[in-house]
Design a protein around this ligand. Structure first.
Ligand code: NAD
Ligand code: UD1
Length: 339
């Protein structure tokens, strides 16, 4: 049993991972500044697990405070989700993105060093493979040319965490490259609750389906794919959460850098997502084809053989589960955490 500090644990992926850690009898302290998270989410976690994680309201860039938490709460491992994640916003606010994502992770590492906590799992992204990488993406490929400050911030952090691990062989650093997490906990108690207009496909689909938004814009149908719309590797957020728990347990005690893709290895187009969502949930999703969105790639998906062979992890939930669970969350919580 470990005691984890989960930064960003009141957000989407963090909250699902906290559920999985508590279910496996680990102890959890959540640090979140609620920039995009919800304190009520922690009560929902308690409803699911019967255990309320400890919560500290604070900023990951506050190294003194983080060091105090690590020492006082006797933390042995950190899972670092806290960050900003909207690609288009990052183009308009690069300094904010580098500050939270890069400086935030630097501050966290300094605090960890001070408190002698040397096990870290970092939320990276498939975006670090860059705009020219061949598909499917393999962990052995180099980090490529990213097209926006968000992607660059993830690549920079991957680099300095690797340097940190080389400088002190006691560190265990896991760099987890997520593909496209969607869905929600099957209870419908926690899920993705974007503040404002959603950037990502699934929250937009569910908000159109429930009537909060009129129509979904499909960004381009002239890509080099079977039906012309972009293809992505969508994975269930609970599979992702289980992946974190497994990696924490198996890689945490092993010094070095551990790099894994977390996806299903199966690309699905935007039109297929809409069609499948309508079919499994028996609800209609009006859409219209619009111009391409800047920065979108035709298709990318994960090669998942490394994590399958080394850790025996593979995504267990299919598209039906992802889309049904996302819809249940939306129906039960039309206004997200504010209802
Ligand atoms: P999210 O916005 O739901 O969660 C991030 C959490 O971090 C929020 O609760 C927010 O309040 C908190 N936070 C932000 N800045 C903070 C700060 N300075 N100090 C303390 N807390 C802070 O996002 P998510 O989808 O759960 O993503 C989690 C991580 O995974 C992020 O680092 C993101 O970049 C990465 N990621 C997400 C996706 C995705 O599709 N959701 C894909 C690849 C990588
Ligand atoms: C995006 C980011 C990625 C980030 C991830 C999680 C870009 C280029 N990439 O991934 O770096 O890690 O979010 O935050 O922004 N789509 C529509 N209509 C919509 C929304 C999306 O057609 O209203 C399409 C997009 O064009 C894309 C697909 O749906 O083809 C998936 O989009 P999205 O959910 O935003 O994920 P990514 O773009 O893959």
């Amino acid at each position: 049993m470990s005691k984890f500090l989960v930064t960003g644990g009141a957000g989407y992926i963090g909250s699902h991972t906290v559920v999985e850690l508590l279910k496996s009898n680990h102890q959890v302290v959540v640090l979140d500044n609620l920039a995009n998270g919800y304190e009520s989410c922690l009560r929902r976690i308690a409803q699911i697990t019967g255990k309320k994680p400890e919560f500290v309201l604070g900023d990951v860039r506050d190294a003194e405070k983080v060091a105090r938490i690590l020492r006082d709460k006797r933390i042995d491992s950190v899972i670092h989700f806290a960050g900003l994640k909207a690609v288009s916003e990052s183009v308009n606010k690069p300094l904010e993105y580098y500050d939270v994502n890069v400086h935030g992770t630097l501050a966290l590492c300094k605090a960890m060093k001070k408190a002698r906590v040397k096990r870290l799992i970092f939320s990276s992204s498939a975006t670090i493979y860059g705009v020219e990488a061949p598909v499917p993406y393999l962990e052995s490929m180099p980090r490529g040319k990213t097209s926006n400050p968000y992607g660059e911030s993830k690549a920079v952090v991957e680099r300095f965490l690797t340097d940190l691990s080389h400088s002190d062989p006691d560190w265990s650093v896991s760099l987890l490259r997520y593909f496209n997490p969607i869905g929600a906990h099957p209870s419908g108690f926690i899920g993705e609750a974007p503040k404002g207009i959603p950037n990502n496909l699934l929250p937009f689909i569910t908000q159109v389906a429930i009537g909060q938004r009129e129509v979904l814009s499909v960004f381009g149908n002239d890509y080099k794919t079977e039906d012309g719309t972009c293809e992505r590797d969508y994975l269930h957020v609970m599979d992702l959460a289980e992946g974190h728990r497994l990696i924490a347990e198996q890689c945490g005690p092993k010094p070095g850098v551990h790099i894994y893709n977390l996806g299903t290895g199966k690309p699905v187009s935007v039109l297929k997502m809409i069609e499948h969502f309508e079919k499994v949930n028996k609800v209609s999703v009006p859409f219209r084809i619009e111009d391409r969105r800047d920065g979108d790639l035709d298709a990318f998906w994960a090669d998942v053989s490394k994590i399958e062979h080394e850790l025996n992890w593979h995504a267990e939930r299919g598209l039906d589960d992802m889309l049904k669970d996302a819809w249940r969350w939306q129906l039960q919580n039309p206004d997200g955490y504010s209802c």
